[in-house]
Design a protein around this ligand. Structure first.
Ligand SMILES: [Mg+2]
Length: 385
């Protein structure tokens, strides 16, 4: 059995209502679809949730495709190591140059790890299809029903608090049966964010879990102050409270200063960074995203390390992929889904047979691989290459 080719489709949908995360505006929803073709006729589909799209696509088609053609697609682990060489050896020299000088690979690393994710996930999908089983069963899982939470609670189109819209959005999720909802903090002065959290707590009542995501907004004293101010509203977790430059040791200080469990990991590129978040950052909920970096192979390594430290896995984004992984590991915790069409038109339109989420439970499809079937109309509407 051989890999014959690799195809990439870029997908980008402009949002009808842009919004702000804590620090940045969000105006489009995008995804990269990677298809690996084989001489069996079976095609594996992987997805990448990374950017810039064109840079990741160029690594996939210009650098990785020639390495993959002719390889046995079942050798996912050996292929992973070979592609990873581009991140730490002379193999990657051509990727790291700029104007005739090296910049030590740093500029291309996130895109490289995202490209590895796309290949690796396509190989896992292919494996499932060749064996005729969903990925979660291939990995040894048995229960297709995965707990999920509704993610949203952003700031308004200009970054404003938008409390009435926030409350309407969060209660729309509980009306759908979700028992856990996530909202942003960190984008407004603390007293205003406290008002936002209070308004949501009062609207959803005491039994719904509220997760708070700060999108790396605070320094250590601000994060500790914020955590203490949010504690009366009993958040289920506080996510990425710290700015990118002090997100490990500083996070340890924050974790020790609050009873709120700290979550992080969606911005990490590999297992070593996740190890440090657990060992030094006091992270209780690990959110490593297999579609942003490293694929399922790296995610499973992170999950095994986390399990040995009592840390739960709650991966960022892309439930159509992560549902299988959460269902397959003993510390699989909860899945992030985006029920708001304005926030995630791709989740709404890109897939045929999209899994149902009923009362917050996401049921994995009983189709081989990840069970992804792309909607040709959506590809036509949002795709380009
Ligand atoms: Mg987040």
């Amino acid at each position: 059995m051989k890999i014959t080719d690799l195809r990439v489709q870029l997908i980008s949908a402009k949002l009808s209502r842009p919004y702000w995360m804590s620090l940045e505006p969000y105006q489009t929803s995008s995804e990269i679809v990677v298809e690996i073709e084989t001489d069996t006729g079976v095609v594996g589909i992987g997805e990448v949730h990374g950017r810039p799209l064109e840079q990741i696509s160029a690594i996939l088609t210009d650098v990785f495709a020639p390495v993959l053609r002719g390889r046995n697609p079942l050798e996912h682990s050996a292929i992973w190591e070979e592609l990873f060489l581009y991140a730490h050896s002379r193999r990657g020299a051509a990727l790291s140059g700029s104007h005739g000088q090296p910049h030590f690979g740093a500029g291309a690393r996130p895109q490289l790890m995202a490209a590895i994710a796309g290949v690796d996930l396509a190989l896992w999908d292919l494996k499932g299809k060749l064996l005729g089983v969903p990925v979660y069963k291939l990995l040894g899982g048995s229960n297709p029903r995965v707990p999920s939470y509704a993610s949203g609670g952003y700031y308004g189109p200009e970054g404003e608090p938008a409390i009435a819209a926030l409350v309407a959005e969060m209660t729309s999720y509980t009306a759908l049966g979700f028992t856990a909802v996530k909202m942003k903090v960190g984008g407004q002065p603390l007293n205003i964010d406290v008002d936002r959290v209070r308004a949501v707590r009062e609207a959803v009542g005491p039994t719904v879990d509220i997760m708070l995501d700060a999108n790396s907004a605070y320094d250590v004293p601000e994060a500790i102050r914020a955590a203490r101010a949010f504690e009366p509203f009993a958040p289920r977790w506080l996510e990425e409270p710290l700015r990118w430059y002090d997100s490990v040791f500083g996070l340890g200080e924050v974790s020790r200063a609050t009873d709120i469990p700290v979550a992080s990991g969606e911005s990490e590129m590999h297992r070593w960074a996740c190890r440090d978040l657990i060992l030094h950052g006091g992270v209780r909920i690990m959110q490593f995203d297999s579609t942003r970096a490293g694929g399922a192979t790296e995610w499973l390594r992170v999950a095994a390390y986390a399990a040995a430290h009592g840390v739960l896995m709650a991966p960022h984004h892309d439930p159509q992929i992560h549902g299988h992984l959460v269902a397959a590991v003993p510390n699989g915790h909860v899945l992030e889904v985006f029920p708001n069409k304005q926030r995630d038109p791709l989740w709404d339109e890109l897939y045929l047979h999209r899994p149902e989420v009923v009362d917050g439970v996401y049921t994995l499809p009983d189709r081989p691989g990840f069970g992804i079937e792309l909607n040709p109309d959506a590809l036509q509407k949002y795709g380009y290459s």
